[in-house]
Design a protein. Structure first.
Length: 332
């Protein structure tokens, strides 16, 4: 069996309010590819991905160097204060390399569209420079680009819809605001299960949804460190230095509200998904988990068969994916 491609099955999740939310499902049909140890260069071939363009059948990381100076422990004390939400280069989190230089991505425009993406969800191969607290993207190679990743968006992306039709009269998106940057951590145990958490129903953004641990990257924070910090804040799990390996998987353009019919989007993120493979088993990790009750209402570990069934569910339709014997129709 071949691994499921990034975003190959998008899964709509019912929210407490009765609506739906879509996010990428990047789960393997049998096991995750084993990334190399943190600090090694020349990643080479990661995995075959069926359904991708023939000219780009693999994820390759020639000369890719992981983020500099990262720590396996989350920073102590209070978070660093974030700079004002301006369009300045220093404050911008997501930049697009166009016309020979990086420019901040506009909140009001689809990042996929600005990179020349055709209509639809993608994926589109995107060249990336993973900077401290920033992400520089381009549809073509550029100086400083260290990795090429698939970029996707949901078929009902509100920013893509706004690119095709103007906003309603009297409605406006903030012209001087940029696109935010987040990291989602696919934590895989040594026995090949993946951790998902359910967001608290009281949260103002994407409540009651099953998601990987993750969140917004702080200013001047290494991208992997941001993901590990969010993992620690949400689950209490600290990963020891040398006890895990990681690899970037892909990018997702995220909006909330997720559909234009719900109103103009108030949040716009590019989410970097990273696979973190630990040397601990699910049982060992579970014994150390201490969920943050203000953010996490439940958690679960997905085995390979359940992950494959979730990934095979087609987004935006009522057509279920393949049913496994004894698998419940939904997770409460």
């Amino acid at each position: 069996r071949q691994p499921t491609e990034f975003g190959g099955g998008l899964n709509e999740v019912q929210t407490a309010a009765g609506g739906t939310h879509s996010g990428p499902v990047i789960l393997s049909a049998h096991h995750w590819p084993r990334p190399r140890r943190w600090g090694e260069r020349n990643w080479g071939l990661l995995a075959s991905h069926h359904g991708w363009p023939p000219t780009w059948p693999h994820l390759n990381f020639p000369g890719f160097s992981p983020p500099r100076g990262g720590s396996a422990k989350p920073p102590g004390g209070a978070r660093r204060p974030s700079p004002p939400r301006g369009r300045s280069m220093a404050a911008a989190r997501v930049l697009l390399f166009q016309a020979g230089r990086p420019e901040p991505a506009s909140f009001a425009r689809s990042v996929c569209g600005l990179l020349g993406a055709r209509p639809g969800p993608g994926p589109w191969p995107t060249h990336c420079d993973l900077k401290r607290g920033q992400l520089v993207l381009s549809a073509r190679p550029f100086p400083g680009a260290s990795v090429r990743l698939p970029l996707q968006r949901p078929p009902f992306c509100p920013f893509a819809a706004l690119d095709r039709q103007p906003a309603p009269p009297g409605a406006a998106l903030p012209p001087a605001r940029g696109v935010d940057l987040a990291v989602a951590v696919l934590l895989q145990s040594s026995d090949q299960t993946v951790l998902l958490t359910r967001r608290m129903v009281t949260l103002s953004v994407s409540p009651n949804l099953w998601v990987p641990p993750g969140g917004r990257v702080e200013f001047d924070e290494e991208l992997l460190d941001g993901g590990l910090r969010e993992l620690w804040e949400e689950t209490g799990l600290r990963l020891g230095q040398g006890q895990f390996s990681w690899v970037p998987l892909g990018l997702w353009e995220s909006a909330y509200p997720p559909r234009l019919s719900w109103g103009l989007p108030r949040y716009h993120h590019i989410v970097l998904y990273v696979l973190v493979v630990t040397q601990e088993s699910q049982q060992q990790l579970q014994a150390r988990i201490q969920p943050n009750p203000s953010e996490v209402s439940a958690l679960t570990w997905l085995g390979p068969d359940v992950a494959a069934a979730v990934a095979a569910t087609e987004d935006g339709t009522d057509t279920p994916g393949p049913r496994l014997q004894g698998l419940p129709p939904s997770v409460p």
